[in-house]
Design a protein around this ligand. Structure first.
Ligand code: PHE
Length: 456
């Protein structure tokens, strides 16, 4: 067993703490902000079905793999590979992950900052009496402002850095255990309200009716990227958290629970948003502003909408915070362990760099929106490159690493906690990480660049 009590590292305090932290990382803007607008832009039901397929066939096994690599090595994203495969170039996978963490935090921090602005809007009752059109204009005016979103973004990054300085396990464990169930409840309430809107049924049809012809290479790559993004996979976040997991936690079960909660919240967010989108005549393909327009449109009409609005945006900000913490922790664990600098110095360095990149992301949506790189603004470029390229590629390499580099027995020992847990599907797991997951990811990439055609 990996945990013999001699590890000097700070471990999570309880099994529930492990789940809360990992679920806190997974559940965030990816579920409530990104999933709905991706589904809206990629054919609704077609996207959802492909997404769930990828979650089960690829995401879950890779999450288990990351937990194994993390707990077995008890090291940061790059150090883990160095420790488990000394002298081999696998640690480059860790570097890619740290790079992805910088990129994701940059644009994620911007959207997280938007949630703070929307808490303020909710508190000052500013959705009241506004039409969907006015709410759309409000959002666009705010998003393209050269100053305000950057201030919120920096505040959010300071909060993240501050919590990291206080130690990972104390903060995250305590709050997520209470706040996550609360988030679930409010999304269900929003879903019920949304479904009762006239015309809302069309939104459900959009989300759940599956049309095979709608699947194209962009649906595939976006759904794959979203599966990785939403589960926090492919860049070492779960490796890093796995390195703090005690020896008694059941890694397979933890991964199953986290995957279940994450998928449930994404689907429920879709159920809360799409009926409103159709009822209020918003374009499903509206993009990054979708939840910031659709939900305030509901609050505006709902009894008690004032309080629901505040509660929703506060919880959304908290969900985002537990994710940015896990992202910054990848950077801080890497910098502090690999360069032997203090965690404090590493945290400050990471926060400053990310805030700067985030400011550029925010500017690229407004004042600098005509500066395009490969046809995309900086925000879009980071979002696409990290989610749709680096994470799936990282995930593929992680699967190959565990499947082919680590000895089968070592993986068995780690997953069974030294033989004390019975593993029923171990063989299936090995076949997936050795062959199925890497080949499926490679096929999506080949399809994307036009070398493979799955349908005419
Ligand atoms: N999974 C998080 C979300 O859905 C984002 C994230 C991605 C966090 C990658 C960590 C690593 O919001």
């Amino acid at each position: 067993m990996s945990d013999k009590g001699k590890s000097p590292r700070d471990l999570f305090g309880s099994k529930l703490g492990v789940i809360a932290a990992a679920a806190g990382s997974a559940v965030g803007l990816g579920n409530i902000w990104k999933f709905p607008y991706e589904a809206g832009q990629n054919g609704g039901g077609a996207f959802l079905l492909v997404y769930i397929g990828f979650i089960l066939a690829i995401g879950l096994p890779i999450m288990i793999s990351e937990f194994v690599i993390g707990r077995k090595s008890r090291a940061n994203a790059a150090g883990a590979f160095k420790k488990l495969a000394p002298g081999k170039p696998w640690f480059v996978v860790g570097w890619m992950g740290v790079g992805a963490a910088f990129m994701i935090l940059a644009f994620y921090g911007v959207v997280a900052g938007w949630t703070l602005e929307y808490i303020k809007e909710a508190v000052t009752n500013s959705f009241d009496g506004k039409s969907t059109l006015q709410l759309t204009e409000n959002f666009t005016t705010f998003m393209t402002d050269p100053v305000r979103p950057i201030i919120w973004q920096v505040i959010f990054m300071l909060l993240t850095g501050g919590i990291i300085l206080g130690g990972v396990k104390n903060g995250i464990e305590k709050y997520t255990k209470i706040l996550m169930p609360l988030l679930l409840i409010i999304i269900i309430v929003m879903g019920i309200k949304s479904l009762s809107l006239p015309g809302g049924g069309d939104g459900l049809k959009f989300l759940f009716s599956f049309q095979f012809e709608k699947i194209n290479s962009s649906v595939l790559i976006e759904a794959l990227g979203q599966a990785f993004f939403s589960l926090s996979l492919g860049m070492g976040a779960i490796i890093t958290y796995g390195s703090y997991v005690d020896g008694r936690s059941n890694l397979t079960r933890t991964a199953l629970q986290v995957t279940f909660v994450d998928t449930l919240i994404a689907v429920l967010a879709g159920v809360a948003i799409f009926p409103a989108v159709f009822a209020f005549g918003i374009e499903p393909s509206f993009g990054e502003g979708l939840v910031f327009v659709a939900l305030p449109s509901i609050f505006e009409q709902m009894s008690g909408g004032y309080f629901w609005g505040i509660l929703f945006f506060v919880l959304l900000a908290v969900a985002a915070l537990t994710s940015t913490i896990s992202l910054l922790e990848v950077i801080v664990a890497y910098l502090s362990e690999e360069f032997k600098i203090k965690r404090k110095t590493a945290t400050i360095t990471g926060t400053v760099i990310v805030s700067f990149l985030g400011a550029l992301c925010s500017l690229s949506l407004g004042a600098g929106s005509d500066i395009l790189i490969f046809g995309q603004n900086f925000f879009g470029l980071l979002n696409f490159t990290a989610s749709n390229v680096l994470l799936p590629l990282g995930g593929m390499l992680i699967a190959l690493f565990l499947g082919w580099q680590i000895k089968r027995n070592d993986t068995y020992e780690e997953l069974s906690n030294g033989g004390t847990i019975k593993l029923r599907l171990f063989r299936v797991f090995l076949v997936i990480i050795k062959f199925i997951a890497p080949i499926a990811i490679a096929m999506v990439f080949l399809h994307e660049i036009g070398l493979l055609k799955l349908n005419a």
